[in-house]
Ligand binder design. Structure first.
Ligand code: NAG
Ligand code: NAG
Ligand code: NAG
Ligand code: NAG
Ligand code: NAG
Length: 799
């Protein structure tokens, strides 16, 4: 009560003061208030600018880039200016509070404070003006995920001793080629990765490059991988041109180690563009291979390192690590030790068997031992019987049919991504009781995770969640099992060429799956007589000039087929017999040359059509006849110019539609009176759950678009930026002052996670904020607004 009285008293006193004083003090007071307000406005701008820059910095760092020094400096200055201003306003606020309690600051100090506010405002504006406008980061060599701590490396004596020998050899100026060799699954790759890591951490080289060669011996891919790691971009198309560029670039590195993992035959380093020997003593090359004989030629500058079996105690220690300590318990110990012995010191066997038996009862352990001791059911080339039996056992222990099916499918098709596995598995009907694609996708994620946990699948080199890979020994076993249990036939060009089974068709008749990789000769029969065939994969060799044609009647006698995947083929004349495949569920024609696709109209049961990266120019009207279609993938169809009206709207069962990120964007574009499809058509797709699309013009977006029903979407309007791929609900819009925001667009964005708006007018900003608050944008994780007005040019916030 006393306080209130005091305040009133003060007010009264003011009123009684002479008018002049009141006048001046009023002026001072209002100047002070406006200076303070100006300061606050600028600080808000600077803060959002700082957040924006910080985000850019974070993103650049994620990409492995270095931040420009001026940007770091700017951020430091911005921080200190903001801190000072915040302190000022905070002091001001406490002073005001005290003032409310009747303890006003001396009015005489107001001019000083006012000036201080103005000074600070100017400082803030100066920092704002100096904000980094050019690129904030520069690319350095991206950090190699391989060189991060290597979780697979066990510091066993048998391994560390080789590791140390290799490191010594790398220090020896007279050695410039090294070979680690040993049987599949013995741990060569793991060891080579550890060499890379150690060479890098001990700074033995300025650069360490690790590249997987594998059986396909794809020189171009190899060149690309090495170049990526050096930050080199090729302008050349030809292999030899690229080799020369790479060669020049590598010569500029004083000390570089190139690791080529898993070579299968003698590789001419000069073909790839790797200088070695007297050409460039600073460039050392380390190979891994299954046999010492893959490398021919002079020996004096080369050193070979055999990798052998793990010693018994090492094997046991790895075994208990994978199976869990409980195997050391009295009950299990003996049988577990015997099981471990059967794995013969091969890491790949130990790991898969131990994982398969983890937490299992003693009965199952005994049964496993019995299985491992039985003579091998296969004498598969290149695979040790011990490894074969171990992996076969792990396969049997997968138990569930869906896991086994998926494991074999990944093995013999060499599919490496969740999306492709989904399309293929869905087509084969592998997910029982699942009709919805979104549900199937979750199932696929779970299955892949389970297979990784049992060490039957590995994380992909890139560490991307949607990719995976398989150890090559495990793959060999998977292919072998698939060929005996499921009548699966897989081959590369060389293997098919001159293969009797293939040419006289006797064994092929019973096949359920055929996978032909990297075909470059015309070896397809006129008619493939395969009445039981369910899956057919053919991929053209991307690096050889080839003109593999598919005979017109090729598909005539495979009437049960459910999945057809032709990759990288010249389908100038798409065989008419394709249209007869009335059971076909999944058709994938990625990277194909596809002038005319009208034959697909006959595929009445087709559920999944994937034309990713194909050169299709016009979506044929016959696609409108595919009324069972659930998924249409037109990603990266850069030449796609025409989607005629009333095709998409007929696909009433469509659940997923992908038209991006570099693909058709000409909705409603009209040329000579013929108009392209309209996005309004999407309203006729009641079951759509995933949508990716681009448009040039926001006015083509239908009002009341069904966004709220979509589980996942990425919609980008008016920009060419790529979404980073892991989108869930993302919307990006260039307003370019053409459109009035107030036509209920935003209201639809209920569950949006990532919203980017460009070309905003100042008055729109508050509108959008309010609108977002109104619809309850609780899912919003990221909001980016870029305005026309430079002051507003960028505000970004993490919500
Ligand atoms: C193994 O069994 C133990 C106890 O029964 C349990 O806590 C653990 O989660 C199980 N581990 C696996 C991988 O199933
Ligand atoms: C099609 O085959 C290619 C090459 O074998 C493979 O990479 C891709 O994953 C397959 N796609 C589908 C959808 O099966
Ligand atoms: C949409 O999905 C529901 C539930 O799966 C199904 O009953 C319905 O037939 C589908 N609608 C269309 C047009 O296919
Ligand atoms: C669709 O757009 C393309 C490219 O702008 C144009 O050539 C074509 O005539 C348009 N419409 C149709 C139905 O072809
Ligand atoms: C993609 O962007 C999202 C948010 O914008 C971010 O959280 C995520 O880490 C990014 N992913 C990659 C692979 O850059």
């Amino acid at each position: 009560m006393a306080e209130i009285i005091l305040t009133i008293a003060l007010e009264v006193a003011k009123c009684l003061a002479p008018p002049a004083y009141r006048q001046i003090s009023y002026l001072r007071e209002s100047k002070y208030t406006s200076n303070l307000q100006n300061l606050n406005t600028e600080v808000v701008k600077l803060k959002s600018e700082r957040v924006n820059t910080e985000h850019q910095v974070d993103e650049a760092k994620r990409k492995g880039e270095e931040i420009e020094e001026n940007v770091e400096n700017w951020l430091a200055t911005a921080n200190s200016v903001i801190k000072e201003a915040d302190k000022f306003t905070e002091d001001e606020a406490t002073a005001n509070k005290r003032c409310f309690k009747g303890l006003c600051p001396n009015l005489k100090t107001r001019p000083r404070l006012s000036k201080e506010a103005e000074r600070q405002k100017e400082a803030v504006v100066k920092v704002l003006d100096a904000r980094p406008v050019n690129s904030i980061s520069y690319s350095i060599i991206p950090e190699d995920t391989l060189l991060m701590p290597n979780k697979d490396f066990e510091a066993f004596e048998s391994r560390t001793s080789i590791l140390n020998e290799i490191i010594d050899a790398l220090k020896n100026p007279n050695v410039n080629m090294l070979l680690i060799y040993g049987m599949g699954g013995i741990g060569k790759t793991t060891l080579a990765k550890e060499v890379a890591r150690k060479a890098e951490s001990d700074k033995l080289f300025d650069q360490v490059v690790f590249s997987e060669v594998s059986e396909s011996r794809d020189v171009r891919k190899l060149q690309g991988e090495i170049a990526d790691k050096l930050g080199l971009k090729f302008d050349e198309e030809s292999e030899s041109g690229r080799a020369r560029r790479l060669y020049d670039r590598l010569k500029k590195e004083k000390r570089i180690l190139v690791i080529l993992d898993n070579i299968w035959e003698n590789l001419d380093l000069l073909d790839v563009g790797i200088p070695h020997g007297d050409d460039h003593m600073g460039c050392k090359v380390l190979f891994t291979a299954r046999s010492e004989e893959v490398l021919s030629g002079e020996m004096e500058s080369r050193k070979n390192f055999p990798v052998g079996f793990l010693k018994e105690d090492e094997a046991w220690s790895l075994f208990t690590k994978m199976a869990g300590d409980y195997v050391e318990g009295n009950e299990l110990k003996e049988v577990a030790r015997d099981v471990a012995k059967e794995c013969a010191g091969l890491p790949v066997s130990i790991v898969t068997v131990a994982r398969a038996l983890r937490n299992k009862s003693i009965r199952e352990w005994k049964d496993a031992l019995e299985q491992l001791r039985r003579p091998s059911s296969s004498n598969f080339k290149d695979v040790q019987p011990a490894a074969f039996k171990a992996i076969e056992l792990s396969y049997n222990k997968l138990g569930r049919d869906d896991l086994k099916n998926i494991f074999l499918l990944i093995g013999y098709t060499a599919i490496a991504s969740i999306e492709d596995l989904l399309m293929c598995g869905m087509g084969l009907g592998l997910f029982q009781g699942v009709n919805k694609i979104e549900v199937a996708r979750n199932r696929v994620h779970t299955l892949v995770r389970t297979l990784k946990a049992s060490c039957m699948l590995l994380d992909h080199i890139s560490q991307k969640k949607e990719l995976f890979s398989m150890h090559d020994v495990v793959r060999d076993v998977a292919i072998s099992i698939a060929s005996t249990e499921r009548n699966v036939f897989t081959a590369t060009n060389e293997q098919v060429d001159g293969c009797r089974e293939w040419s006289d068709g006797s064994a092929i008749k019973h096949c359920t799956s055929i996978v032909l990789h990297d075909i470059n000769t015309n070896l397809l029969p006129k008619v493939l007589e395969c009445p039981q065939l369910e899956l057919l994969f053919i991929s053209d060799d991307p690096w050889e000039y080839s003109r593999v044609t598919i005979p017109d009647n090729f598909f005539k006698s495979m009437i049960q087929v459910r999945v057809v995947n032709l990759t990288d083929m010249d389908l100038r004349s798409l065989p008419s017999s394709l249209g007869l495949l009335s059971n076909l569920r999944t058709l994938s024609l990625c990277w194909c040359y596809l002038p005319d696709l009208s034959v697909v109209g006959g595929l009445k049961k087709l559920e999944i059509l994937c034309l990713r990266d194909s050169d299709i120019k016009k979506l044929p009207v016959e696609v409108g006849e595919l009324t069972w279609l659930k998924l249409l993938d037109l990603r990266d169809c850069e030449d796609l110019e025409v989607i005629p009206p009333n095709i998409l709207s007929k696909l009433s069962r469509l659940e997923e539609l992908y038209i991006g990120p570099k693909s058709f964007d000409k909705w409603e574009v009209e040329v000579e009176g013929v108009k392209n499809a309209s996005l309004e058509e999407l309203k006729h797709l009641p079951n759509l759950t995933s949508l990716e699309l681009r448009a040039r013009d926001v006015s083509t977006l239908p009002r009341g678009l069904l966004l709220e029903k979509l589980e996942r979407y990425s919609i980008r309007i008016g920009d060419d930026e790529e979404s980073n791929g892991s989108w869930c609900r993302e919307f990006s819009l260039d307003l370019n002052d053409k459109i009035c925001l107030k036509d209920s667009l935003i209201v639809q964005l209920q569950r949006i996670e990532d919203l980017e708006l460009r070309g905003l007018q100042e008055q729109d900003v508050d509108y959008i904020r309010n609108e977002l608050v109104k619809v309850g944008s609780s899912h919003l994780k990221r909001l980016r607004m870029r305005g026309l007005d430079p002051a507003l040019s960028s505000a970004e916030s993490e919500v």
